[in-house]
Write a new protein. Sequence first.
Length: 418
Amino acid sequence: MAEKPSMTFSLLGSAAPVLAPRRMPTRARTVIERSDNAAVYKTPAAPHESPLKKFSCIPNDMPVILGPRRFPAIVCPPPNTSTSIALSTSIGFHQLPAKQYVNAVHKLRPDIAIGMADMVLGSPPGNKRREKMVDRTHAFTRDALEQLYGDALTRNAKSKTAFFAPVLPLDNAQQSLYLEDLESEFRWDISGLALYEAASLEHIPASLGDLPRLLLSDPSTPHHILREISLGADLLTTPVLGASSDAGIALDFKFPAPVAQDDDKKPQPLGYDMWSVENATAVSSLAEGCVCFACRKHHRAYFHHLLAAKEMTAWALLQIHNYHVFDLFFAGIRESIQNGTFEQDIEAFARFYAPEMPESSGQGPRLRGYQLPAPAAHAPRRAPKVYGRLEEVMVSSSAVTPDTDASGLEEHGFAQKA
């Protein structure tokens, strides 16, 4: 961590807002699935304002990141092409042309735009496919930079959006030419790097080491987040936050970890399952000492009741609490780095807290459309079968219904014929 540039501290200051309400990621899919005359493109805005922020009612001081795909990305059956990538939208799978994405960056003026990358999702690419990935990503980046910041543009016509060039999850040798161009030809036009796996953080060329690094990974625990930061990540995505809220888990951890009073003490859980019957009568807050809105206004028994009743308020309040926990978590990380005790605090955190997230004993909210698998032959049912329940009732009721006449009942002493 000592070799990282001084600007890292301010960049990590903006890493927490990725997980808190102060930073808003936006996907191009919400724009391309509508016509080019969508209302977001017609939103009036001054030259220094973002139409995307005004359309979405996002404060000007909240940074917005625009990317071509949602995260985690969805596997799309259609393949990418040399001029477009396949996306899953609310109206099916579509191709997003690279030129259309750059035009969206020009018109919407986000604070940060993630460059388009030719990613293979769902299965590891072969050797020939990897070469094609590099060539296409190189072309996407080259053309985007030319259209956004090219010499042919006037000063006022050049985009003010910071462009984060994608780095593919491949070995440096497989994308050496692309990285060389990032170091030389593209160096003064890119403002950061977008990486897709933590292993790539260790292989960034030294000449690009001063650029902020946005890691589009899926860390499953806070321990993995700390590891990614120690490897050099400045901005992170953390789907685990939303996944915990959907599972009914109330997070409860701090960084640096509290000082353990007993070395033999069992590791503390990273959160608590609000579905558990233990919380049915608990009137304590979600986390001891928490001052978030959810903990100040409600107790565990109320959350347990909301989850059991399938009230969407439960997941909304849990999300508020979990955002607050992550906000304090990243604030502690920044302070730890500034104090020079980050590595020691990571070790103490690993000893104090359990290595995995707690398991949920209930069911989350209804699956969203993009969370459902794409329809395919012989695919399992998306929901359990609900028809045929009357047949089950008939079978169970027949077990106590005598299959005999009045004479048979009289023989068994149940009745007497008149």
